[in-house]
Write a protein that binds this ligand. Sequence first.
Ligand code: BJW
Length: 255
Amino acid sequence: MADAGATNDQPSIVILTGAGISKESGLATFRDADGIWARYRIEDVATPEAYARDPERVLGFYNARRRGAVADDVRPNPAHVALARLEAEWPGEVLIVTQNIDDLHERAGSKNLIHMHGELLKARCTACAGVHPWRADITLDHACPACGSLGTLRPHVVWFGEMPLGLDEIEDALTGCALFLSIGTSGNVYPAAGFVQHVRMRGGVPTVELNLEPSEGATLFEHARYGPASEIVPAFVDDLLSGGLAAAGARASLR
Ligand code: BJW
């Protein structure tokens, strides 16, 4: 490989993850036939306008999902575990940029992680902007732990029309990486769906899609491998750790 994406002379990897990586842990995706958007309308639960119009409805939607995410039977699956192993054993930097608001990457042991669409287990105060760990329901009766305002807590998530988090850091990482992986995302939501083009414009940096089936942007990736994340991600990580970037590219070219 060329020295593009070198951190301390070691090649760095950026991994974008989406709801598909958490599906086998028991959390629903959004756009599959049995997904969240088959049961709820985006404009009712995932926009700032929806929250302004009917905060109790939006809080109820996220309270139900938070209860699901902290349930005993929801645990990291082998795909999350494999990515944590990659971060621990790869000689260069591994950054996970997740669109997921669950905490399964952290629970698997990943440390270098950006939650670009926020975190379900945090609450944000619309009065003082303070962000607080929050595992229980959020209601309009709660006071902000920092400023004391009543009824101003909302889920710390990014709704349509709001700015995703960590974009400067993500852009730096995309500009420096030597490999870009996209796992379990349909490629419908921007700016995340545009990351692959950002990397491809640099030239010479392999881009790989690992997904159950070809995503909306599948043709934008040089390499792909399809199947359940719990199977294809550990296999891909094994190849990367044993054979380096070239072996991973070859392994994933089985479109
Ligand atoms: C498996 C599997 C298994 C299943 N193994 N795989 C026109 C052009 C460009 C942009 C826009 C546009 N019009 C509007 C916009 C902006 C808008 C947008 O993208 N809209 C689109 C609908 C077009 N974006 C925004 O508003 C964003 N903000 C923004 O753009 O700010 C301005 C800005 C300007 C310039 C630069 C930067 C910013 C904010 C987007 C917020 C998204 N929020 C949500 C909900 C909040 C969090 C939550 O409640 O959880 O985030 S929407 C929802 O979609 C959620 C997800 O993170 C996100 C992505 O979904 P994901 O993860 O891809 O899930 P699915 O279900 O779609 O796909 C799952 C995949 O897994 C599938 O492919 C399956 O096959 C696969 N799978 N089982 C492996 N076992």
